[in-house]
Design a protein around this ligand. Structure first.
Ligand code: HEC
Ligand code: HEC
Length: 195
């Protein structure tokens, strides 16, 4: 009796284990499951949980892919994003990049810059030529990121990181940021966030 009972119990446990494993691996293949963790910081509605976390909803797919790749390689350092990207394969990164690029960019409700700040930002753009790469509306394309409407605090942080080369994954952007005066960078952050 006891032996039979144990056999059934074992059978039930084994069956449950098989079900759990197969459900988990099925879920692991769904993009929703893979991107669930992202929402905790980048926002369930695309609005990041903190101002220093970038918007990724509606960002250019090519750019998202490059960043995930660079976080994984360690070319772009981040104690938070490196461990997350390190478990991703190239196919995952591409699928995740596509997934987020198709969402619509959230309105963070950041104010438009004053005329004085906008003029200062436009002059800096004229001398450095940001729009030559980031395009007229700062909407980006392919591997060039959208900057329009990005979080002001994040823009300030990441341009500062390029400047000190703490963000070292694009030496060309670092050179441009070093060539731009700190006051102009502050004006650009304010201007871009309000677009
Ligand atoms: C614990 C919070 C957290 C989680 C979870 C998280 N991120 Fe991030 N992510 C950040 C922070 C903070 C940064 C900015 C890093 C920096 O520049 O120092 C960032 C940066 C990024 C960037 C670069 C964006 C840009 O404009 O350069 C991408 C792409 C990104 N994350 C994608 C993802 C994806 C995809 C997931 C889920 C698989 C994810 N993140 C999960 C906090 C998080
Ligand atoms: C020669 C082309 C080029 C020019 C000119 C240029 N950028 Fe960029 N920028 C890039 C590329 C490419 C990246 C993505 C780098 C990477 O892969 O991480 C980038 C990234 C950025 C980022 C990071 C965005 C994010 O989500 O983390 C900011 C901010 C930025 N650029 C601002 C500017 C500003 C402001 C100017 C003008 C003063 C400018 N760029 C001029 C090519 C350019």
């Amino acid at each position: 009796m006891t032996g039979k009972f144990n056999f059934d119990l074992f059978g039930a446990v084994a069956l449950t284990a098989v079900l759990v494993v197969s459900t988990t691996s099925l879920h692991a293949q769904s993009i929703e499951e893979k991107t669930q963790v992202c929402a905790g910081c980048h926002g369930v509605d695309g609005k990041p949980a903190d101002k220093t976390i970038p918007v990724i909803w509606g960002q250019q797919a090519g750019y998202i892919y490059i960043e995930l790749r660079d976080f994984k390689r360690g070319d772009r350092k981040s104690d938070i994003m490196q461990p997350i990207a390190s478990s991703m394969e190239r196919d995952d990164m591409q699928a995740i990049a596509e997934y987020f690029s198709k969402k619509s960019w959230p309105d963070l409700g950041q104010p438009r810059a004053s005329k004085e700040i906008s003029d200062r930002a436009s002059n800096a753009n004229r001398s450095i030529g940001c729009t030559g790469c980031h395009l007229d509306q700062f909407q980006g394309d392919g591997t060039i990121p959208r900057l329009a409407g990005q979080s002001k605090e994040y823009l300030t942080k990441t341009m500062g990181d390029f400047r000190t080369r703490a963000r070292g994954n694009n030496p060309g952007m670092s050179d441009l940021m070093i060539a731009t005066a700190p006051d102009d960078l502050a004006a650009l952050s304010e201007y871009l966030s309000g677009l």
